[in-house]
Design a binder for this molecule. Structure first.
Ligand code: ADP
Ligand code: MG
Length: 236
């Protein structure tokens, strides 16, 4: 479903290249529920942006549902995102001048779909906000805004949903509801989900944990066990 092949990303910093990701490789099956974890600044948001086709790597490849994103131009990537990808930004990024219902309807209207409002209402209902469609983002709590953002990301029935720190700005109980919502989208709809989190409790609820440090994958629960035992283990 999703393959990262020796992905590297460099930014120019004071005229010199700064390596933010180095040789990141992994593969996720369709229907996977995976977490990318790591300390702040380790490259998680950058990696998520590359995987979702929001940004392009300096080197390496991303293959999403059989399509090499790095072979597409910006328009083709945008089209593919509209068809297959949902993205929940860390800061929600709802449009403040639109109601909750209108925010969820936007992606469908961009595709010129009929029945957009009915589908948007169905999604708001699914995230437990059926009574809040007419409210503006500023009138909603952080948890409610996050649920609107998830409804919006899911309204196009994406094959894969990316979420950057989906519980990062929420209290424990509200965060737990968001996790349950993501779990149900994974289980009931078969949506592949990739989330970024530094909440180890949340990561433990996923099936696959990929850990980054300093732009490098330092552990991957889905990778094959090393052929030779670790020296530390052998010694203890
Ligand atoms: P994380 O999400 O794990 O906190 P990020 O992917 O946001 O990490 O950032 C990783 C590193 O890349 C940080 O050192 C950050 O400062 C740097 N970085 C991110 N975006 C840019 C950019 N557009 N230009 C230059 N440096 C960037
Ligand atoms: Mg980040």
């Amino acid at each position: 479903m999703l393959v990262a092949r020796t992905l590297s990303k460099e930014y120019l910093s004071g005229g010199r290249p700064l390596a933010v990701l180095r040789d990141v490789s992994f593969a996720l099956e369709t229907g996977a529920f995976a977490a990318i974890v790591g300390p702040s600044g380790s490259g998680k948001t950058t990696l998520l942006g590359l995987l979702a086709g929001l940004d392009v790597p300096t080197r390496g490849q991303v293959v999403l549902d059989g399509v090499d994103l790095t072979s597409l131009d910006e328009d083709a990537r945008a089209r593919l995102r509209g068809e297959k990808v949902g993205f929940v930004f860390q800061s929600f990024q709802l449009i403040p001048t639109l109601t909750a219902l209108e925010n969820v309807t936007v992606p469908l209207e961009l595709r010129g779909e009929r029945g957009a409002e009915a589908r948007a209402r169905e999604l708001l209902d699914r995230v437990g906000l059926s009574g809040r469609g007419h409210h503006f983002p500023a009138q909603l709590s952080g948890g409610e805004q996050q649920r609107v953002a998830i409804a919006r990301a899911f309204v196009n029935r994406p094959r894969i949903l990316f979420a950057d720190e989906p519980t990062g700005n929420l209290d424990g109980a509200t965060g737990a509801r968001i996790v349950e919502l993501l779990e149900s989208l994974n289980r009931e709809d078969g949506t592949t989900i990739v989330l970024v989190t530094h909440d180890l409790g949340l990561a433990a609820r996923t099936q696959r944990v990929i850990r980054l440090a300093d732009g490098v994958v330092v552990s991957d629960s889905g990778a094959e066990a090393p052929a030779e035992p670790l020296i530390e283990r052998a010694a203890s």
